[in-house]
Design a protein around this ligand. Structure first.
Ligand code: PLP
Length: 407
């Protein structure tokens, strides 16, 4: 039997992740393997930590990666920081807010869910009204809710968390590297991101950062494996972190000066993260945000010119994801598969109440390029026409080009 060589068809990934990896990242991944304690590899890890601090806009010592996807990064941080019985407030406004509650339930947390219709965000006062009731150990929230394309302003909620003595744990999986995420300035205690969205590497690593307060909780729950512990590794009295693989207390010892042996590091993925972060800091955060924002404006102008309705509270739309309403009577799945078949472009639908009702177009990382925006608008126009939707010919691309000309 002949098995297929890996030779994927050319694609332009305009969904909200995974998106196109920067070719420099893919090249870095093909470098020869280094041992995980090779001094060259340890140097590379230190550089990754420093670049990740710049991208998270934090001074947190504990800023590194976990070999898992973003969901695993969330689980790692929540499992370490939240003990059974801790009260956690989750303002949920889409699928990923509910994911936080799913993970936290399994941590044994006492959860209060605040809910909002999909396509809206919270007024910070709604969060404050709940915090005022007291007793909350933490607030956990999504920054960019990719299921709806909404972006929750965080600064005010961060200030409230400080005032009411709650930790502030944020999922910036979809925004880090594409929109402003100011961990220190916004009072974020722990923040988690992935690699397959605005960071533009493959999926498979989670970027995390957490402050001293969270580190103290984690250390109070530390338990080093029997086979590698030394006399200084005393057991703690708090309930131990109920995962060995996702145990931040041991992971931070691998990333720190002790370089304690834990799992075998995914070195090729580390090359990817290092190169992706290097590309970001070389481009410069401000330039990078400006690029995403310009491409977002052009995409929005094109969609408006086509007469397509943008979904949700536009004032709070993510600059890196745009959700649009599927026109009446159109088979959303068919349109997406024609975009893929005819043009090699992938866009997404959504989940739960929005499944089949909206399409989501990503504008993330390496995929956020003028040519991709123009190509997507032109392709969408053609496919919509094929599917009987009346759209003006050429107006979408012209409107987007006008945005680029007026920079
Ligand atoms: C906002 C948000 N959080 C978490 C996740 C889960 O990430 P992963 O699939 O990398 O585990 C996603 C994935 O799309 C996401 O968009």
């Amino acid at each position: 039997m002949n098995f297929k060589e890996i030779n994927p068809s050319p694609r332009t990934l305009m969904c909200p992740g995974p998106v196109d990896a920067d070719p420099r990242v893919l090249r870095a991944m093909s470098a020869p393997i280094l041992g995980q304690f090779d001094p060259e590899f340890l140097d590379l890890m230190s550089e990754t930590m420093e670049m990740a601090r710049q991208v998270f806009q934090t001074k947190n010592e504990q800023t590194y990666t976990v070999d898992t996807t973003s969901r695993g990064g969330l689980e790692t941080v929540l499992t370490g920081a939240i003990c059974p019985g801790d009260k956690v407030l989750i303002p949920a406004y889409g699928r990923f807010g509910y994911l936080l509650s799913e993970i936290l339930e399994r941590c044994g947390a006492e959860i209060t869910l605040l809910e909002r219709p999909w396509g809206t965000v919270f007024d910070p006062e709604e969060v404050e009204a709940e915090l005022k009731k007291g007793g909350y150990k933490a607030v956990a929230i999504i920054h960019g809710e990719t299921s709806t394309s909404m972006m929750q302003p965080l600064e005010e909620i961060g200030r409230m968390c400080k005032e009411y003595g709650a930790l502030f744990i944020v999922d910036a999986v979809a925004t880090l590297g594409g929109a402003e995420v100011k961990v220190d300035e916004w009072g974020i205690s722990a923040c988690v991101s992935g690699t397959q969205k605005c960071i533009s590497a493959p999926s498979g690593s989670a970027l995390i950062t957490y402050n001293k307060e969270i580190e103290d909780i984690i250390l109070s729950r530390k338990k080093v494996e029997k086979g590698i512990r030394t006399a200084e590794d005393e057991d703690t009295f708090m309930p131990h972190i109920p995962s060995n693989y996702l145990d931040l207390a041991q992971l931070q010892d691998y990333w720190g000066p002790r370089h304690l042996n834990h799992h075998t590091e995914a070195t090729s993925m580390q090359y990817a993260v290092h190169e992706a972060l290097r590309c970001i800091v070389t481009e410069g955060l401000e330039n990078r945000f400006a690029r995403h924002s310009l491409n977002d404006k052009a995409l929005t102008a094109g969609l408006n010119a086509m007469g397509i309705k943008i979904f949700g509270d536009i004032a709070h739309k993510m600059p890196v994801v745009t959700a649009i309403e599927i026109p009446e009577g159109v088979d959303g799945k068919k349109v997406r598969s024609e975009l893929l078949d005819y043009f090699g472009i992938e866009i997404a639908t959504s989940f739960g109440p929005l499944d089949g009702k909206i399409w989501r177009i990503g504008n993330m990382g390496y995929s956020s390029q003028r040519r991709n925006i123009l190509l997507t608008l032109g392709a969408l126009e053609a496919v919509l026409k094929e599917n009987g939707v009346k759209v003006p010919s050429g107006d979408a691309v012209a409107a987007a080009l006008e945005v680029y000309k007026n920079v």
